[in-house]
Design a protein around this ligand. Structure first.
Ligand SMILES: C[S@@+](CC[C@H](N)C(=O)[O-])C[C@H]1O[C@@H](n2cnc3c(N)ncnc32)[C@H](O)[C@@H]1O
Length: 468
């Protein structure tokens, strides 16, 4: 091959990212778009994921932006509405925003909805100038401000937080918080929210990295980088789509019937982590009430210690109610995409996607396909990091019928969950210990699981009830 030809061939080689964008940027019929799903390499190995506002705040078990992006591009048009009913830090909404789709995000965690809102709100450069002036004044008076430290410790939004930081850190964090309150009182509400996300991210970084006392500089660096990303985003966006962010329960969505064109979501995993614990200190500092969230969080694992299988029936009940709501708000014929990994309970593998597919059929969804993907375990705050989960499944369902069942219907939920739990018990009887993960439980120990599942089946009607 001549040198010139070789160079030309090299130039023609496309990166996996280029190939991916070429694929999803074309227009397809619904039928062809479904076929395109098979051509995508869902592992997205080495793809950039922290671009633009995606980098604002760490959040556990978020999904990579290319998952919602693929479905948004392939299955919606500009101006249509995309929903994530458990939106976490807003990955789906950011992708909808960047692609001129209207979006609705719902999450019960007030920190999640704050981050989501800030990531999808453009702010004027003049506003940033005002914000930066406020920070310069704050920085000038930081040392002087330290004289107020005792009073500040007494006035903290919650006493618990005085235990984890030293006095200098507390004083500096309080100077920032007070400056943000001034900004709010002067009427700059978007900047107030923007600053609170930067503050929360600073607190997280102090806890995670034991970052010493350089609080003001960490905060200011964070603010600068966030401003940079918002400015970049403003340049890309021509028309600003509508964004609605709701702090609410996915089992009772405050959204109209048949109003959404696509759902892309990733629910919590059963027994994987309590989200409220992960965010406790940030939320306390921001004065957020996390009690309601703790009480109604799906998949939280700090209860049913004696019989973990009761956690499973509770989880399935909560997810069934959420899926009934997803069906209600979705337009007929449109897609509901749920991303979830397997988890493990008492040495037994819990294949959540299979439960969801079965339950979906009972409430008006048709399973189109289940896509398997490997998780990049080197990435932080992914499901792999949090839930000891190596892979996940993308469940693609289509709404074919309006379900007439209400998410409040305890009898229906009990009945469906019972059916699922009985199937699960039979599976465990046939092949116990499907998730031993290097441990060596005795066969007697594994047999006990059958008794526990039986006991959990007995208590279903109690366990699926929504806590008052
Ligand atoms: C796996 S995370 C979602 C991450 C999201 N896909 C992202 O990229 O940031 C699951 C979310 O479910 C939320 N959640 C838990 N229980 C909920 C409930 N009852 N209603 C609404 N959201 C809930 C948690 O707060 C968490 O943000």
């Amino acid at each position: 091959m001549l040198y010139g030809d070789r160079q030309k061939t090299l130039l023609e080689i496309k990166s996996p990212e280029q190939e991916y964008f070429e694929l999803i940027n074309k227009e397809y019929s619904f039928h062809d778009a479904i076929k395109i799903l098979d051509k995508i390499d869902w592992d997205f190995k080495d793809f950039k994921t922290q671009y633009l506002t995606h980098s604002f705040h760490p959040y556990p078990a978020r999904f990579i932006p290319q998952i919602p992006l693929s479905f948004i591009k392939l299955f919606t048009k500009e101006g249509e509405t995309v929903l994530d009913p458990m939106c976490g830090c807003g990955t789906t909404l950011v992708e909808a925003f960047l692609n001129n789709r209207n979006s609705i995000g719902n999450d019960l965690n007030p920190l999640a909805t704050l981050i989501t809102k800030v990531k999808t709100t453009l702010i004027d450069e003049n506003e940033f100038e005002y914000f930066n002036k406020k920070l310069s004044v704050m920085k000038r008076y930081l040392d002087l401000d330290y004289r107020k430290v005792d009073e500040r410790i007494n006035n903290l939004p919650n006493r618990k937080i005085s235990k984890i930081f030293n006095r200098v850190v507390i004083s500096k964090l309080e100077s920032i918080r007070e400056t943000l309150l001034e900004i709010r009182d002067e009427g700059h509400h978007n900047l107030f929210d923007f600053g609170r996300v930067a503050l929360s991210s600073t607190i997280w970084s102090l806890i995670e990295n034991a970052n010493g006392i350089d609080v003001d500089n960490i905060f200011i660096k964070k603010v600068k980088s966030m401003q940079n990303e918002i400015n970049k985003m403003s340049k890309i966006i021509n028309t600003i789509p509508k964004v609605k962010v709701i702090c609410g329960d996915a089992r009772k969505l405050e959204i109209e019937n048949d109003s959404v064109d696509l759902i892309v979501t990733s629910p919590p995993y059963v027994n994987a982590l309590d989200y409220y614990r992960v965010h406790m200190y940030n939320m306390l500092w921001l004065g957020m009430d996390f009690d309601l969230f703790r009480k109604h969080e799906i998949g939280g694992h700090s209860h049913f210690i004696m019989n973990r299988f009761r956690l499973l029936s509770e989880y399935l009940g909560d997810m069934l109610r959420s899926m009934i709501e997803m069906n209600r708000v979705l337009k007929r014929g449109k897609l509901c995409v749920i991303v979830v990994g397997n988890s493990s309970l008492e040495y037994e593998l819990i294949e959540s996607h299979k439960f969801f597919a079965e339950m979906g059929k009972k409430i008006g969804f048709r399973l189109i396909k289940t896509i398997h993907r490997n998780i990049d375990k080197t990435r932080k705050y992914t499901s792999a990091d949090i839930g000891k989960i190596d892979d996940e499944y993308i469940l693609v369902m289509q709404k074919v019928d309006n379900t007439n069942i209400s998410a409040d219907d305890d009898d229906f939920v009990s009945e469906v969950v019972k059916e699922q739990m009985i199937k699960f018990r039979e599976q465990v009887k046939k092949g116990p210990g499907t998730s031993i993960r290097g441990k060596k439980p005795s066969s007697e120990r594994l047999l006990k699981n059958i008794d526990k599942i039986n006991e959990a089946i007995e208590t279903i009607s109690e366990d699926i009830k929504i806590k008052k």
